[in-house]
Design a protein around this ligand. Structure first.
Ligand SMILES: Nc1ncnc2c1ncn2[C@@H]1O[C@H](COP(=O)(O)OP(=O)(O)OP(=O)(O)O)[C@@H](O)[C@H]1O
Length: 337
């Protein structure tokens, strides 16, 4: 009885439950050349692409989770399934208690999928304000709620100057801000963000990152975010899921990723008398700039190496750092997670 209650409680607080999810695309294949083209008309051949393999995870209400992986890892496919655009080959998915691909209206009214590659859907001839009003009608948002949401979004996303402009005439960064406003105007409880800073310049990307971090805190929305920019993940997420070849390889706190996946730390020293030859005998030299050097040192070896460095050179400065998230992820992709 107690276990049943606990299980029910876990299900209640989990906005997203994914169990043994798999998605296999069946893609037609043919070799190059006219004969192969003709042959394929008569007898088509297919190949299976396993985009997602037995993925399982849960996301609690109000969690903001980074979903990271190399190109083709299966992130977009998983997001499309969770937002009801695709029917998986196998597995169970519950989002706010709904099966996404049944596309029930109460489900669609509580979730949003925002894609950096297509920030604004629908007619591009509409002004942003008209498009927002259209969303209000479509999602049946009470007028007072809509006005309140819009005021908040206008302030956070600096939308004032964009409201009277046609969507098609907006720049990429403006389109992304408009796309977020359109998707958030009905206050979805669960937000799927697929590369929200794709192609944006540094300042536009920073605006989006700041917005997402404060939106998550203010509204308590559950957010799953994919990005190839680690700055997006670091600015918004405390938990990270790493997916590779369709399988979840790491799922845990961002802060522990480095300790789990990266067996080394970076030791930076400044020493006028240090030389590459001598340093290379002590540790792996990663980079140098003037009299500053960066060394890669196995975690277990850091204390010994630092004391050797201090004994060998006239050290002006010494710092031990975790490798950057970018570096850890890059290594994880290259070496296999
Ligand atoms: N509609 C489709 N038909 C056939 N194969 C597909 C389709 N969509 C995706 N795939 C394949 O499924 C795999 C996973 O693709 P997916 O787009 O989910 O990856 P991703 O992690 O989002 O990649 P990226 O970071 O490049 O956007 C890839 O091998 C891709 O080629």
């Amino acid at each position: 009885m107690f276990l049943v209650v606990v299980e029910q409680e876990v299900r209640r607080v989990s906005s997203v439950v994914v169990e043994d999810l798999s998605m296999t695309y069946r893609v037609p294949v043919r070799q190059a050349g006219l004969m192969s083209a003709l042959r394929s008309v008569v007898r088509r051949r297919y190949r299976d692409v396993h985009a997602v393999r037995d993925a399982s995870f849960r996301i609690s209400s109000g969690e903001v989770v980074g979903f990271v992986g190399p190109n083709g890892a299966g992130k977009t496919t998983t997001m499309k399934i969770m937002s009801g655009l695709l029917h998986p080959t196998a597995g169970e998915v519950r989002v706010l208690g709904f099966t996404p691909w049944q596309r029930r209206t109460p489900f669609l009214k509580q979730i949003a999928l925002v894609r950096g590659s297509q920030p604004t859907g629908g007619s591009q001839e509409l002004t942003l304000l008209d498009a927002l009003q259209y969303q209000r009608v479509l999602y049946e948002v009470p007028a007072a709620d809509f006005r309140r949401n819009l005021d908040e979004l206008c302030e956070l996303l600096e939308l004032g100057p964009l409201l009277e402009r046609q969507l098609r005439a907006l720049s990429l960064g403006e389109k992304m801000r408009a796309g977020l406003a359109l998707s958030l105007s009905y206050r979805p409880k669960v937000l799927f963000l697929d590369e929200p800073t794709l192609g944006l310049d540094v300042s536009a990307a920073t605006t989006i990152r700041r917005f997402l971090a404060s939106y998550a805190t203010q509204t308590g929305a559950t957010i799953l975010l994919t990005s190839h920019y680690m700055a997006d993940v670091e600015a918004t997420c405390r938990r990270l899921m790493l997916i590779d070849h369709g399988s979840v390889r790491y799922d845990g706190p961002l802060g522990q990723l480095s300790a789990r996946l990266s067996p080394y730390k970076l030791v930076r020293i400044s020493a006028a008398d240090a030389t590459k030859e001598v340093l290379a005998e002590i540790a792996e030299v990663v980079s140098t700039s003037g009299m500053s050097w960066t060394l890669r040192v196995a975690r277990a070896d850091v204390a010994r190496v630092t004391s050797v460095l201090l004994a060998t050179f006239e050290v002006a400065d010494l710092a031990v750092e975790e490798p950057t998230l970018e570096d850890v992820i890059d290594r994880a992709y290259r070496d296999g997670v």
